[in-house]
Write a protein that binds this ligand. Structure first.
Ligand code: ACO
Length: 429
């Protein structure tokens, strides 16, 4: 009868559905997942109205096709607007996104206010919210009205602009978060590079003449972005929807989604995998680690998924991408431990019975993504002894990354010295 029965334990309890496993928020029109069959397609529902449109004649776009034939930005257009762009639409779209990649110069001050060892996801989350303070036309509270009047062309133009800004600036903000930790100056987004090429440039550029990002890494990162472009109603997308439902500005909603993604059970799992592999140390220690997981003393990060009860289809694509990356980077030392862990878990009754297979985050390691993620995420052990001069940072990444010492001057210039040091080494000036 719509009445709630309350007793001592249920007081204040409105909804109880752990993991939202039984609560339908809405049906995604963007992504279709069959978790039992390991299927991931984009724009499946749209294709029901439009007819069969994928290259193999089935509905929607299989992730495997897009990974080979599309790019991250083209796929983003498909997800947002419902169909793939024509070549002229794609050109305009790429130009708009690139045009909006630059952030206001004042943002540098904001980034500099973070501690040297701030986690980049904490910086990125804050940066999206910070961005919201710049664009009053996207903020219904400041406009004193609902932002988008359905069907109004003005509203659509305003909405498009926020889309360009969010996608264009996301990589700029992420690169700035990375450079804060490196104690390096920021790099203005370059012109004439692809979306991921520009991102790599902004992270890596140290003033080298004719510097260009490696095209293999550029392509690999593009595939990884594409694979993560949408994943139905996962925790972060649901968080964005819920936050946006109060009609807050889109930057604040994305900041909330970013915070959700940060968690080790969601996007933070790929960092957790790398930390786990570092802590295991070598293939010889894998059996003991597996036993600890079975005793529930440890979690096998990168295994299991709320929706997939078989292998995550993205994981196969990531492994293929890995082969290309390894030709450039050589094999990462974490890989042997990852392979041993993978084989041990896949052949162990405990994991088979629970349908625990590697998810996309575990396979990131195979893509040599350690070379992207380790420096971006790993908490640097930083000691500093500024006995003279305004020395900024002395950073030593425990995973064995190069140390970077930024001798920042008060006039804003800086000299970066990158010695090769053993993990955990402490440096003194
Ligand atoms: N390691 C060890 N045991 C596990 C793991 C794991 N990674 N995942 C699940 N289990 C066990 C549980 O203990 C449980 O065992 P029980 O039946 O004996 O109690 C059983 O498998 C089922 O576990 P659930 O928690 O019901 O699985 P669920 O599907 O709800 O959880 C989740 C999914 C949160 C992703 C989980 O598998 C996990 O924590 N994995 C590690 C974190 C991770 O890799 N997250 C990335 C997901 S992908 C993404 O977000 C981009």
């Amino acid at each position: 009868k719509g009445e709630r029965e309350e007793n001592e334990t249920s007081k204040g309890l409105r909804v109880s559905d752990k993991g939202f496993l039984n609560t339908a928020v809405l049906r995604s029109e963007i992504t279709y997942i069959d978790g039992d069959a390991g299927v991931l397609r984009y724009r499946y529902v749209f294709s029901i109205f439009m007819g069969d449109i994928s290259s193999n004649g089935s509905r929607g776009y299989p992730i495997e096709d897009l990974a080979v034939h599309s790019s991250h930005l083209e796929t983003a257009y498909l997800l947002i607007y419902g169909s793939l762009p024509s070549s002229s639409q794609l050109q305009v779209w790429e130009e708009e996104v690139a045009h909006h990649a630059v952030v206001h110069a004042d943002a540098e001050q904001f980034f500099r206010s973070f501690r040297y060892d701030a986690h980049p996801m904490a910086i990125l989350t804050s940066a999206f919210a910070y961005l919201g303070s710049y664009y009053s036309e996207a903020n219904p509270s400041l406009q004193g009205q609902t932002l988008f009047t359905k069907g109004s062309l003005d509203s659509l133009a305003v909405m498009d602009k926020q889309i360009y800004r969010l996608i264009g600036k996301a990589t700029t903000l992420a690169a700035m978060a990375y450079r804060v930790r490196q104690g390096r100056n920021f790099v203005t987004p370059p012109t004439g590079l692809s979306y991921t090429g520009s991102f790599l440039y902004q992270m890596d550029f140290l003033g080298q003449e004719n510097y260009k990002p490696n095209p293999v890494l550029e392509k690999a990162l593009d595939v990884l972005f594409l694979l993560h472009a949408d994943h139905e109603l996962n925790a972060s997308a649901t968080t964005v929807l819920q936050t946006g439902s109060s009609l807050v500005d889109p930057y604040s909603a994305i900041a909330a989604g970013c915070a959700s993604l940060y968690g080790p059970l969601h996007g933070g799992a790929n960092e957790a995998v790398i930390r786990m592999l570092i802590s295991i140390g070598s293939p010889a220690n894998v059996p003991a680690f597996i036993e600890a997981v079975k005793k529930r003393e440890k979690v096998l990060s990168g295994f299991g998924h709320r929706v997939y009860k078989t292998s995550d289809p993205r994981s196969f694509i990531v492994r293929k991408t890995a082969d290309e990356v390894f030709k450039v980077t050589g094999k990462d030392e974490l890989l042997d431990t990852a392979m041993a862990l993978h084989d041990a878990a896949m052949n162990d009754e405990y994991f088979i019975k629970r349908k625990l297979a590697p998810n996309v985050d575990f396979c990131f390691v195979f893509a040599g993504v350690a070379s992207f993620i380790v420096p971006w995420c790993q908490s640097a052990d930083i000691t500093w002894s500024a006995t003279q001069g305004p020395y900024n940072l002395i950073m030593v990444a425990p995973g064995g990354c190069d140390a970077v010492v930024d001798l920042g001057d008060q006039d804003g210039t800086s000299t970066t010295w990158t010695p090769n040091v053993a993990p955990g080494t402490q440096l003194e000036l």
